[in-house]
Ligand binder design. Structure first.
Ligand code: DGL
Length: 252
């Protein structure tokens, strides 16, 4: 069983790619809604929360963990890999690398949670592309909450994005990185606020491919090509969240 986790329904954007790539595997999606949002907490708080969740998921039989959350990966992936060297622990990071390659010296808008953009891991990633791209960091506090409440493409979300992106209205970005796994669920609305021709990228597919490689290397793939299962739960025991998660999984 592969456990996939995030602070809420965001990581379903990664789960969707995982199920597409590994349709014979059994997944357990755990949304930690009781502790959401992660992105406006301190690194120490998120590290403690995610460490406890991973302990619980392993206790419940998970054989691999996908941290389908950029914020949690930045705060906890390295420490967790040290604690559990034998368990594949796969994380996700903002897709700056492909964004830096969309054109010669592109202008890149990097949208993520405040904590992701504040972390050393992100600074190190961004430094790798300092010479080859102009990257503008845009913390988006409040965006995950809107998406979590089901505002994926409506007037309320539009008003939020209008205000958030107002300073960049005339900037012709070449690429926009959705550096939080919630944001791909609002892809359409975000795209409307960017200039035509701006390439929108997220790390879901790359994370799914990396997961497949790591599971194969650890001998943890079932070998089945169909018939896998997906189970949802969340730390509030809230059925509406699991329903939204399942609905998002089925959405293109
Ligand atoms: N979905 C998470 C991420 O990828 C963060 C959302 C939150 O703030 O909890 O960063």
């Amino acid at each position: 069983m592969i456990a996939v986790t995030d602070s809420g329904v965001g990581g379903v954007s990664v789960l969707r790619e995982l199920v597409r790539l590994l349709p014979g595997e059994d997944f357990w999606y755990f949304g930690d809604t009781a502790n959401a949002p992660y992105g406006t907490k301190t690194r120490e708080e998120v590290l403690a929360i995610v460490t406890e969740n991973v302990r619980m998921m392993l206790f419940c039989g998970a054989e691999a963990i996908v941290l389908a959350c950029n914020t949690a990966t930045g705060a906890a992936a390295a420490a967790l890999r040290e604690t559990y060297p034998d368990v594949p622990i796969i994380g996700i990071e903002p897709a700056l690398k492909p964004a830096a390659m969309v054109s010669p010296h592109p202008r890149v808008l990097s949208m993520a949670t405040p904590l992701t953009l504040r972390q050393e891991k992100y600074a190190a990633l961004e430094a790798r592309f300092a010479e080859t791209a102009d990257i503008v960091d845009l913390p988006c506090p409040g965006l995950m909450e809107l998406i979590e409440a089901g505002h994926l493409d409506d007037a309320l979300l539009d008003a939020y994005l209008d205000e958030l992106l107002a300073p960049y209205r005339d900037v012709p970005f070449d690429a926009c990185v959705l550096g939080c796994t919630h944001y791909p669920h609002a892809w359409r609305a975000i795209a409307r606020h960017l200039s035509a021709g701006c390439v929108i990228l997220d790390g879901g597919e790359g994370t799914a491919r990396e997961t497949a490689r790591r599971l194969a290397a650890a001998g943890l793939l079932s070998g089945r090509t169909a018939g896998g299962t997906v189970r949802f739960s969340n730390s509030r025991g809230d059925e509406a969240t699991d329903r939204l998660a399942r609905q998002l999984l089925e959405q293109e």
